[in-house]
Design a protein around this ligand. Structure first.
Ligand code: GSH
Length: 221
């Protein structure tokens, strides 16, 4: 099977698929595009105009959760539960992880303080829900037990970005179970290696370019 992942270098949703592909040891090609200068061919293959897109022997898949489930069903050890109810719950938490990513991006890119604060509060509330869930079934060490799941792949890029911020937008002490999970997850080799080269410089550079309130406060030139 020939796999081509269409990527924007800093996209956390693309990174979810990179983690899954690498965890399963599946070879793939990557084509990078720039979101501020989209090639015409991308419009043809991406109905929502978003990355990731995965080309599978020329056929197109879009949406990171769908791409990851396809990869999971096609290669190696399963990263979702065999039990239908548990699997549905895992899918729900993956969707929840996307809401957390959008709240985080809102908090660090909103043009003004009020917008940034509102998104930060939203993220705090979401993490409160996550903490209550995880306190019931603590990570061991991953979300669903001893092996990496698609929920871990969905949250890891979020945690890496939260930890990379010069000034935290979360009070981690209020979410100790999530903190333990997050700290363990970012140390996982497949997660660490999924970060694009130069991430430490590129991530703050991207935030400065967006010129939101957070960057003006915490990432001066
Ligand atoms: N729900 C999508 C979200 C993907 C997404 O938002 N990707 C961003 C880059 S990180 C994107 O392509 N944005 C382009 C745009 O919104 O115009 C998924 O899970 O794949």
């Amino acid at each position: 099977m020939q796999l081509e992942l269409i990527s924007f270098k800093l996209c956390p949703f693309v990174q979810r698929s990179v983690i899954t592909l690498n965890h399963k040891g599946v070879p793939f090609d990557t084509t990078f595009i720039r979101l501020d200068d989209l090639p015409d061919w991308f419009d043809e293959i991406s109905p929502l105009g978003k990355v990731p897109v995965l080309k599978v022997d020329g056929a197109v898949l879009f949406e990171s959760a769908v791409i990851n489930e396809f990869l999971d069903e096609s290669f190696g050890e399963r990263m979702l539960s065999d039990d239908a109810l548990e699997r549905a719950q895992q899918r729900a938490w993956i969707e929840f992880g996307s809401a957390c990513l959008f709240a985080m991006f809102g908090a660090i890119t909103a043009p003004e303080e009020a917008g940034s604060t509102a998104k930060r509060q939203e993220l705090t509330k979401l993490f409160g829900h996550l903490e209550r869930q995880m306190a019931k079934v603590p990570p061991a060490p991953f979300f669903s037990g001893a092996t990496l799941s698609l929920v871990d792949a969905a949250f890891a890029p979020l945690f890496q970005r939260l930890f990379a911020l010069p000034e935290s937008i979360l009070d981690w002490d209020t979410v100790p179970t999530v903190k333990r999970w997050a700290e363990r997850l970012v140390e996982e080799p497949v997660v660490r290696d999924s970060l694009p080269e130069g991430f430490d410089e590129l991530f703050p550079m991207m935030l400065r370019k967006q010129n939101g309130w957070y960057a003006r406060q915490h990432l001066p030139e």
